[in-house]
Design a protein around this ligand. Structure first.
Ligand SMILES: O=C(O)CCC(=O)C(=O)O
Ligand SMILES: [Fe+2]
Length: 303
């Protein structure tokens, strides 16, 4: 850590990065550190294969899925993106913004064998996240000098009249999943400044976090940015997952916090909607006299 690999490297949009955030980006060196150390790891068996999850932040939460994808689907996806015509990406309608320098293209989940394989694998890894509520895959390519300054994926509108198709039908951006197809040679992590964390996973890994709090407002702590690329090309797939039909936020504890079990131990809770126990079911149980005075506080009423 404390590496100065970014020293002296000026890029278009340099000034959109607070110095301490850029320093946080530069603390990560390829093949030396993947990212700041994990809090803990979990492994579960799903559909005949192991899923490995590491927790980097409990509060957002931010998790990394290791070796999620097979090389073959990653390689095919890289070929597809390389052959596609990529467009300069914009921020809130502004093309060539100093806050975002990347090229990209959208891919439907059933666009080709690779997108289908990736979608299916992500679905297996997160059975309690409804990824059918997500926008198309956003394939992004960053070259040296490319970056995306720290921002929130949660969208802010000033009135309902500004809502687009996604907002009207699927609501706001509840969570984000990023699939790493190819890390840059130098630079190009993803920084979460409020957690002091830079994620810089390897080919075939993916990471996931929530952009919304339990009141479905913006989660400040989800602030993140695509660190500047110093060498090589970074290729990722971003999946912005909308709030429609999501079980995780409904399963709040009394203090409003989120149970990570649905992410880390989903095989215990196989069925997607296992938490939706109607209150009536509790009432119809014969109540033993000893328990009579107790109130059921754990049931969550379906919305
Ligand atoms: O490039 C990155 O690491 C971050 C990309 C990002 O923030 C986004 O696509 O919303
Ligand atoms: Fe983002």
């Amino acid at each position: 850590h404390g590496d100065s690999q970014g020293n002296g490297f000026k890029f278009f949009g340099y000034e959109t990065w607070p110095v301490n955030y850029r320093d946080l980006c530069d603390g990560i060196i390829k093949n030396e550190h993947h990212e700041n150390s994990s809090l803990y790891c979990a492994v579960f068996f799903m559909d005949y294969s192991w899923i490995k999850v590491e927790v980097l932040d409990l509060e957002i939460p931010l998790v990394v899925f290791r070796d999620l994808l097979e090389d073959s689907s990653v390689n095919t996806m890289v070929e597809v993106i390389t052959a596609a015509e990529l467009k300069k990406q914009s921020v809130v309608g502004v093309v060539n913004s100093p806050s975002r320098q990347a090229n990209g293209s959208w891919f439907r989940r059933n666009a080709n064998n690779a997108t289908e394989a990736i979608f299916t694998r992500v679905d297996r890894a997160m059975p309690n996240v409804e990824i059918r509520s997500s926008e198309d895959f956003s394939a992004l390519s960053y070259h040296p000098g490319g970056h995306y300054s720290p921002h929130h994926d949660f969208l802010t509108y000033f009135s309902d009249s500004e809502y687009d198709y996604w907002m009207k039908n699927f609501g706001n951006r509840y969570a984000t999943l990023i699939v790493v197809l190819q890390p840059a040679e130098k630079g190009g992590g993803t920084v979460f400044p409020h957690t002091n964390t830079t994620v810089r996973p390897n080919k075939g890994d993916a990471f996931f976090w929530l952009n919304m709090n339990e009141f479905q407002g913006m989660k400040d702590r989800s602030l993140h940015g695509g660190c500047p690329i110093y060498e090589g090309q970074k290729l990722i797939l971003t999946m912005w997952i909308r709030i429609r039909d999501q079980p995780l936020l409904l399963q709040c504890r009394p203090d409003g916090s989120l149970s990570l079990d649905l992410l880390l131990k989903p095989s215990y809770s196989q069925q997607r909607n296992y938490y939706e126990v109607p209150r009536e079911d509790y009432k119809s149980q014969p109540v033993q006299s000893k328990l009579e005075k107790q109130t059921v506080v754990s049931s969550v009423s379906p919305k």
